[in-house]
Ligand binder design. Sequence first.
Ligand code: DTB
Length: 307
Amino acid sequence: MNKKIAKWSLEDIEALYHLPFNDLIYKAQTIHRENHDPNKIQVSTLMSIKTGGCPEDCKYCSQSIKYNTDVEIEKLLSVDDVVAQAKAAKDSGASRRNLNDSNLSRIKDMVKAVKSLNLETCLTLGMLKKEQAESLKECGLDYYNHNLDSSEEYYSKVVATRNYRDRLNTLSYVRDAGIKVCTGGILGLGEENIDRLKLIEVLCNMEEQPESVPMNKLVKIEGTPYSDNENVDNFDFIKVIAIARITMPKTYVRLSAGRDTMNDEMQALCFFAGANSIFYGDELLTTKNSSINHDKNLLDKLRIKTI
Ligand code: DTB
C-alpha cells in the first residue's frame, strides 16, 4: 500500500498546524472518509512477553534499569502463556497482538502460534539487525513497531544510549524485509509543537509511508525523569492526529497510550480527526489502559464498529 506519495515540506505541515481548528478537522475528516470507513476502528491488544531490565535509558520508560520504578522484571514468557493470552484477546475482539523483546527463536514460535489463531501479529523488540528482520519475516510477522518518538533533535534529549539514525536503520531493515512498518511518537516528553511536526515530516516522507502510526500521550511513570512532566494540551494532541491523517491518508493512525486520561469527548474528537485504531484491553504493557467495559460503552455510543 501507500506506494507513491506526495512529499510534504515542514512549511506545509506547519501551515496545517496553523489552520483554524475547524478547518483542520474538516480537512482531516474529509481525507479520512476518502480512505477509510469513518465508523470503524481497528483494535489491537498488547502483551509484554518480557518485562523490565532494559539497558536503554529512555527517560519516559518504566522498563529501563536506570530508573527505580515499580515494574518487576519478568523473563521471556513461554509460547503456551502467549497463546493462552492471545486466545483471550481474540475472544474479546482484538485482531492484532503486540509482543515485546528478544530471544528470537522462541519469539518466532510465538508469532506462528498467534498467527494460527487468525490474528495479525506485531512485535516491538527494540533495534534489529538486517538478518533479524529477515528472520522475523520468515515466521510470518505482519508488523514491527519501532517508534521514532519525537523530532531528531529532541530525541537526543530523551535517550542517550542510542540515536535517531539507529532507529531509522531498524525501520528500513523492517521495510526491506517486507514487514509492515508501525512507527510513531509520544507527546508530552517536554518537546515543542515543532518537534511533533518534524516527527510527522519524517514519517510522512518515508519512501513508503508507515502502515501504522501510533500517537501516544506520555504515561507518567513514578521513578522516571519524566514523572512530573507537564500535560499535553488536548487541542495540540488532536491537531497532531489530524495532521497525521492528512499527510498519511491510508495509514492506521493509532490513538495509543494515555487514553485512560482522556475523556470520551476527547477520544471522540481524536476519532473525528482521523484516528482509527486503538489498544484494547485493560492493560497496556506495564500500565493500565482504558478498561474494556469503558471502551465498549464508548464505541457503542459513537456507533463505531471494530475490525
Ligand atoms: C506504542 O506506540 N505504544 C505501545 C506500543 N507501541 C508498544 C506501548 C504503550 C506502553 C505504555 C506504557 C506501559 O504500559 O508500559
